[in-house]
Structure formats: structure tokens, C-alpha cells
Design a protein. Structure first.
Lengths: 371, 273
């Protein structure tokens, strides 16, 4: 048997030499350089990084993971979700329950219960708050709640072969329904104020710079991990099946694949990635409220991915970084123009960069921009 | 767990939750496909009307008929895309096609080529063939799948057969129409089906490509069973032993090409005078 004359699918390296270098540089930056500039360099030095900057970057890195998760389901598999905010928020709420418990007696009313429950005149925690004082249990919920919701929702939607815009609309309805549910005070998650005023996490003071730097580094490591995971999935036969679902689902079925399980796996994985990102986001930013579940928020996630480039490895990170960077600039300098800018950006990208920033780079500079 | 051997489930039975169990086709009594009194209606339009058709193992059968005669609907029924309102459809002696899903039918050994060439446009030619290849096609297996030397050799042979060796690394989306048709046929063959359903396989091909397709089909007949829907009479003349004419959802005539060409009803509704 002669050697094959073609490139064997799935045998290309995970990353090229430059890709690995960039990844290692990124990990060093988030674990060593930024924390050092934030903690060790005095505030008078021009190299000092402010708490505001570190928090903002940490927050954006969490959003980057959400964009990566969105890219898995939309970019690679072709299923547009307009409800990914709900998974992010549920992960945040799940971990927020633990953070609320850790406030202990430091609240306004110095009660065993969180302030909002005292306000509602509740005498004890509702059953679904059981065990949330344990870190491990809350961490489990962070994965299980978004995962189970996605699995059950996805099973029925995909089994009924709901596709395209119909699926997108149902996901909008899903996140909207959850937002309304969480706005109610009686739901037991703090109503429209949500959770805030956290005091400690695993015995560390949330307000300490060290805690902030640690959370920042964790978010960075998680982002790097998600990037590697995406690359591994895309390089596998599983990843090629996802592309096949996007290109021609019926061809795939008649080739002997049941798309239901492939869609359900990537959909559930995507939701879990969002949930964990939400759990990192909440202690970093210090608040979670039902606004995170607003339909507009989920649409914004799709915009990040469209701007960065659907179906590219780095596109979602570029998109989430660009849009959120611009957002924090605009909302400070010209708050009233932010939404106009976002709209204009989306129109411009659709017209001039249909494959997003990363797609444009790939086409302009060849394969070099990929890894 | 592998699924390439017969499990202990009976043919046609599924293992629940949509997991695909392979089913061996039993053709010990001759025919590989029985359709009996199949009826399909869409909003009152009878697409198939008491259609009865038997295909013998190893046969190369051509199906012709005017537009709307029910040719594509028939393929939809056989491949599980459309459930018939009435009638029975059996693959071999034991496999009830009306109770299986599309992927299950594909695993049982029926391959289908669409009228419009349908390939995975954003995957390369080799990757298209890789996905089609007969193997365990469940999620877990696909995460760990590695191509063996034998697999690569099979892909190589197939590339040679469909003459796309020089295009192996290109995206399927940039191929010409005829090349896409060939790629889709190559993908069908990678599935190792017993029965191939081919909807207008020669459409959009050059004369040379058409001649080579006819050659390939004649080579496949015998070891495979082929059902070809075509309009191109020259192509049919080159390949067919038996021709079935469909009209308004049922069989109008059946016989050799010359026999059906001489049939008055066929001339009236399809060939024209």
C-alpha cells in the first residue's frame, strides 16, 4: 500500500509554533504579568494597572468565553441561539447563591438570611437553596443547571427538527421567560436587584486586590482552556460532523448520522461553558441581576461573534474584545450614542466584512492568521 | 462497542433514544425491495397512489416518468424521509422501512443521492468521503475516530474511482457540478450500501462524464442493486435492463426500454408523439 497522496483529516497539529507561543505568552500575561503590575507595582508608577482595568479585562475574558461557546453552536454548527445569556446568567446565579450565603451576618439586617429574604419576611431558606453554603455543591450547580436546561430544551427542539429562525425565536422566548421569572421577588433570587454586596469567597475577601487578581487569572486560564478545547473539537471527526450539519443536515442523515445527538452534545457543552463563565464573572464584577437574561443581551452575544468572524478560532475573542472595549469607552464618554454605535457596527460588518474581522484576516493574509 | 457487526437486536429494532443498531438485509428470497400499495398524500394531492414495485437483488432499474409522477416521493418513502399513509415497504425480507429513521435506514444499507448534488461544501473532498465511510457514526465514536491504514486505502481507491485525486484537498464547494455529482456517488459507495437510489445522477454532466457514469453503474450492478431516476434517454439506453414508468403516483408500465417506448400509454403521457 502506498502512502496516501492527500492530507489525512485530523492529523494536523493542534497549534502551529506561533500558535503555541501566543498561547503561552497569553497565559503568562494573565497569571504573572497583569497580577504583578496590579499588585506589586505602586500606584504612582505609570506601569501600575488599576483595579478598574483588571476587573474590566476579567469581565471581557468571561464574555470571550461566551462568544467561544456561541461560536461552537452558531459558527461551526450553524444553529443561531439568541438565548445564550440565560445559560451565562444561570451559572452566575448558581454561584451567586454560594456568595450570598458567605455574606453571613455581615448584611444590613445581620440575619442568617440574605437581606432580600428578610425584606420579604421569609423565615428560612427555600428548599432550592439547600446545601448552597458548600462551595463544591454550588460549583456543581454551575455546571448542572445550565447543562440540564440546555439538554432538555435542546432535546425537544432538535427532536422536533426545529431549525433556523424558528429555533432562534424560541431561544429568545426562553431567555425572556427566565428574565420575567427572576424579576419576581417570590422566585427567591433577589428580584430585580439580584445578588450583590458579596463579602467573601472560600474565605478570601472579595474586595481584596489578591482575590481580584486570582479571579482575573482564573478567567484567563479558563479562556485559554476553552480555546484549546475548541481547537480539539474542530480538529476531530466530531467537528467535521458539526460542519456537515451546517452544510447539509439531510445529506448527513442519509449518510447514517443522527444529527440530534451531535447537536445536543455541542449545544449542551456550549451552555455549560457559558454557565462557568457566568460563575467567574459574578465574584469579579460583584453583581448578578435578571438584566443579564434580557433578550437584547443575548443578541449582543451573536453580534460579538458576527463581528469577530463566525467559524474561526480567534474570531469570537476578537469580536467580544472589540465590541466590549468599544462599549466601555462609549458608555463612559458618550453614553447616549452606544446603541447607535453598536447598530452601525453590526451593519458595517455585515456589509463590508461578511466573514468578520478574523475571516477578513484569513482571506487577506492566508492561513497565517489562523493559529 | 462497535456497531459494524450485527447486534443481537432483531432487524429493524432500535435500541431506544435513537441509537442506531445495524441491521443485516435478508435477500434470501430474491427481491431486495418491496413496495406494496404505497399511498402518500400532501394536502389532498396524491403523490403516490397504490404504488407497487419490486426490485430484485443485483438489478439495475431505471425509473422514468413525467414531473410530478412521484419519483422523488418514492425515494423519500424508501429512505424514511416521508412516512406513507398506507402500504408496506420492506428492505429484504425483514426490514420494515416505514418504521425506521433516515440514519437507521442508511445503516441498514440504503444509500441515496439527491437530485441536486449535495455534498458538504465547507469540507474537503477527502473529508466528505471520510464522513460517509461505513463505521460507528455515534457521537462518542466520532470524538475518538482515527483513520486506519485500511480506511485511507479505501478513500484512496474511491478517489481514483471518482477521478478526484487531484482535487482531494480542495473544498467540495469549489468543485464543478459534474464533480460534485461524482463526489456524492463516491460518498454513497463509501457507505457500502446494498441498495443505491440515484436521483438524476447524470444531470449536469458532460457527455464524457455521462459515459463514464454509465460505465461505473454497469460495473456496480450485480454486487449492488441500483435504482436510477433519470430523464436522459441515452443514458438510460446505456445502462438499463428494466425500465419502470411512473405516472400519477403509480406504475404505468414496466419492461425493457424498447417495450416501454412502444407502449401507447407511455408515449401519450411521457414520451410524446
Amino acid at each position: 500500500m502506498s502512502a496516501p497522496t492527500f492530507a489525512i483529516p485530523g492529523r494536523e497539529p493542534l497549534f502551529g509554533g506561533r500558535g503555541w507561543t501566543a498561547l503561552v505568552a497569553f497565559v503568562l500575561a494573565v497569571v504573572v504579568v497583569v497580577p504583578a503590575l496590579f499588585l506589586a507595582v505602586p500606584e504612582s508608577s505609570p506601569f501600575h494597572l488599576s483595579a478598574y482595568f483588571v476587573t474590566l479585562m476579567g469581565k471581557i475574558m468571561c464574555y470571550c468565553v461566551v462568544a467561544i461557546a456561541m461560536n461552537l453552536i452558531w459558527g461551526y454548527t450553524g444553529i443561531l441561539s439568541l438565548g445564550h445569556g440565560v445559560f451565562f446568567a444561570l451559572g452566575g446565579y448558581a454561584f451567586g447563591m454560594y456568595l450570598m450565603r458567605m455574606i453571613g451576618h455581615e448584611g444590613q439586617y445581620q440575619s442568617d438570611l440574605p437581606d432580600f429574604m428578610v425584606f420579604l419576611d421569609w423565615k428560612s431558606y427555600p428548599w432550592y437553596w439547600s446545601f448552597t453554603e458548600h462551595f463544591w455543591y454550588s460549583a456543581l450547580l454551575v455546571v448542572l443547571v445550565p447543562g440540564l436546561l440546555a439538554f432538555v430544551f435542546g432535546y425537544f427542539a432538535f427532536r422536533s427538527r426545529i431549525k433556523g429562525v424558528y429555533f432562534s425565536i424560541i431561544t429568545q422566548a426562553l431567555t425572556f421567560a427566565f428574565m420575567l421569572l427572576f424579576f419576581r421577588n417570590d422566585t427567591g433570587f433577589g428580584g430585580n436587584n439580584g445578588f450583590t454586596d458579596f463579602k467573601q469567597v472560600l474565605g478570601w475577601r472579595v474586595s481584596d486586590p489578591e482575590t481580584r487578581a486570582t479571579l482575573f487569572a482564573l478567567a484567563g486560564l479558563y479562556l485559554a482552556g476553552c480555546l484549546i478545547l475548541t481547537r480539539m473539537l474542530v480538529r476531530s471527526k466530531f467537528g467535521r460532523v458539526l460542519t456537515a450539519i451546517r452544510d447539509s443536515e439531510s445529506r448527513l442523515m442519509f449518510s447514517g448520522y443522527n444529527p440530534l445527538w451531535f447537536k445536543l452534545s455541542i449545544w449542551t457543552l456550549s451552555a455549560v461553558l457559558c454557565g462557568v463563565a457566568g460563575a467567574l464573572y459574578v465574584p469579579l464584577v460583584g453583581i448578578i441581576n435578571p438584566g443579564e437574561m434580557s433578550p437584547a443581551n443575548s443578541i449582543e452575544i451573536a453580534i460579538w461573534v458576527a463581528v469577530g468572524g463566525r467559524g474561526t478560532l480567534l474570531g469570537p475573542i476578537i469580536g467580544a474584545g472589540l465590541v466590549n472595549g468599544a462599549k466601555s469607552f462609549f458608555t463612559q464618554s458618550f453614553p447616549e450614542y452606544w446603541l447607535f454605535f453598536l447598530g452601525a457596527l453590526f451593519v458595517a460588518v455585515t456589509l463590508f466584512l461578511p466573514h468578520g474581522v478574523a475571516g477578513w484576516f484569513e482571506r487577506r493574509f492566508g492561513k497565517g492568521a489562523k493559529a | 462497542m462497535t456497531t459494524t457487526t450485527n447486534g443481537d437486536l432483531r432487524s429493524g429494532q432500535t435500541s431506544g433514544l435513537g441509537h442506531i443498531m445495524p441491521t443485516g438485509v435478508d435477500t434470501s428470497h430474491g427481491p431486495i425491495l418491496y413496495l406494496e400499495d404505497i399511498g402518500v398524500s400532501f394536502d389532498g394531492f396524491r403523490a403516490l397512489n397504490k404504488l407497487t414495485l419490486t426490485i430484485e437483488t443485483g438489478e439495475l432499474r431505471c425509473i422514468i416518468g413525467p414531473n410530478g409522477a412521484g419519483k422523488t416521493t418514492m425515494m423519500d418513502v424508501i429512505t424514511g424521509k416521508t412516512r406513507p399513509d398506507e402500504g408496506t415497504a420492506y428492505f429484504g425480507q425483514t426490514i420494515d422501512l416505514t418504521r425506521l429513521t433516515e440514519p437507521e435506514i442508511a445503516h441498514a444499507g440504503i444509500g441515496r443521492k439527491f437530485q441536486k448534488p449535495t455534498v458538504f461544501e465547507n469540507l474537503t473532498v477527502v473529508e466528505n468521503l471520510e464522513l460517509a465511510m461505513k463505521t460507528d457514526k455515534r457521537v462518542r465514536a466520532s470524538l475518538r475516530a482515527k483513520l486506519s491504514g485500511d480506511d485511507l486505502a479505501r478513500i484512496g481507491e474511491n478517489l481514483e474511482l471518482i477521478r478526484l485525486e487531484s482535487e482531494a484537498g480542495r473544498l467540495a464547494g469549489v468543485l464543478s457540478h459534474g464533480q460534485k455529482q461524482w463526489l456524492e456517488i463516491g460518498m454513497l459507495l463509501m457507505q457500502e450500501p446494498k441498495l443505491l437510489l440515484l436521483d438524476e445522477p447524470a444531470a449536469g454532466m458532460t457527455d464524457h462524464e455521462t459515459a463514464r457514469t454509465a460505465e461505473l453503474f454497469l460495473k456496480l450492478a450485480g454486487s449492488h442493486t441500483l435504482v436510477v431516476v433519470e430523464h436522459d434517454m441515452d443514458f438510460i439506453a446505456a445502462i438499463a435492463s428494466t425500465v419502470t414508468v411512473l405516472h400519477e403516483g403509480s406504475v404505468l408500465a414496466e419492461g425493457t426500454l424498447d417495450e416501454v417506448k412502444g407502449n401507447d400509454r407511455v408515449i401519450e403521457v411521457y414520451l410524446g408523439r
